[in-house]
Design a protein around this ligand. Structure first.
Ligand SMILES: [Zn+2]
Length: 319
């Protein structure tokens, strides 16, 4: 039997597990909601369950896998396998030995990496970035995350590289969920966009965004709700999306000026939904700020979709 690896993408709302063959194909998968209560032990237990189900789907025992990789939010330490400050997960402010815990539960080696970085590496190895040597992954969703591959190798810096969401696009600008001012994420993150829409609505600006959210029974302004509002030519939605695209263009161009990578891979919930639709305004915004603007980088929408995180996590195993 071919050597199979496991991958787990640990997200704030869902846990996606996959069993991946040597060619990068997913041969088994399972998905569980992320626990909203309890602590790291409960999250780890749900991750182990998801992986066992994915293994069953693939017809393999977890301990027969050559290893399992985990893409985690928060501060994920590849060397020790510990995860700390995963603030969108329940009770996870401190440090928790996630690799050790899962290793015991699943009977094979477990490696931990940053969720956005491993998704970037998956696109580099198997997805929209396959033809390039150097690229930046920009994951436009609830927040704005980033990952880097330079000259064929992941670049982690001292562990915190790639945080393009917190590149400053306006000094003294809007308040970012990170507590600082003027970050890209303060304009383009779904969470920040929703806060701005709600506050403008309270101030009396007309918008159907919140009505659409209630009508479709969503707890928040999802990427699908933003898309519907754009289709209805909702003025506030158009203005806030335009503002997000300006911020993305500015932030990404600044990163390109520094690194001169060949390509930008645009992923994340909003990135995948709007990537093609907003490609032209986005590249126009970028070009305004590119120092060498006659040679812009390729901009591609991520192609591995929802499973990219789990596939990328599985690649940690052979590292
Ligand atoms: Zn920030």
């Amino acid at each position: 039997m071919a050597e199979l690896r496991g991958g787990i993408d640990l997200g704030g709302t869902k846990i996606q597990a996959g069993i991946v063959d040597p060619g990068g194909e997913v041969v088994g998968e399972a998905r569980h909601p992320t626990p909203t209560e309890g602590g790291p032990e409960d999250v780890a237990a749900a991750m182990a369950t998801a992986l066992r189900e994915a293994a069953e789907d693939a017809g393999v025992e977890p301990d027969a896998l050559i290893g399992i990789g985990v893409g985690s939010p928060g501060d994920a330490d590849e060397k020790t396998g510990a995860v700390s400050s995963a603030r969108n997960l329940p009770g996870w402010e401190g440090s928790f030995p996630l690799a050790e815990n899962l290793q015991e539960a699943l009977g094979t080696e477990v490696k931990i990496g940053n969720d956005v970085q491993v998704a970037t590496e998956a696109e580099f190895e198997l997805g929209a970035g396959k033809e390039f040597e150097s690229l930046i992954g920009v994951f436009w969703g609830t927040g704005v995350g980033g990952g880097l591959v330079l000259a064929g190798k992941p670049w982690l810096g001292r562990g915190a590289a790639g945080e393009i969401g917190h590149v400053v696009v306006k000094r003294g600008g809007a308040k970012c969920p990170c507590g600082r001012e003027g970050c890209l994420e303060a304009y383009a993150g779904r969470k920040a966009m929703e806060a701005e829409a709600r506050s403008r609505h309270e101030d009396g600006e007309k918008t159907d965004l919140l009505k659409l959210m209630e009508k479709h029974d969503k707890p928040r302004l999802t990427s699908g709700i933003w898309e519907r509002a754009l289709d209805h030519e909702d003025k506030l939605a158009e203005e806030l999306i335009e503002r997000a695209v300006e911020a993305l263009g500015t932030g990404i161009a600044s990163a390109i000026n520094l690194l001169d990578v060949e390509a930008v891979i645009l992923g994340g919930g909003l990135g995948i939904r709007f990537g093609e639709r907003l490609m032209e305004p986005l590249t126009q915004e970028m070009e305004k700020h590119l120092f060498v603007n006659e040679r812009p980088p390729a901009v591609r929408v991520a192609s591995l979709g929802d499973l990219g995180g789990a596939i990328g996590a599985s690649l940690l195993v052979s590292r």
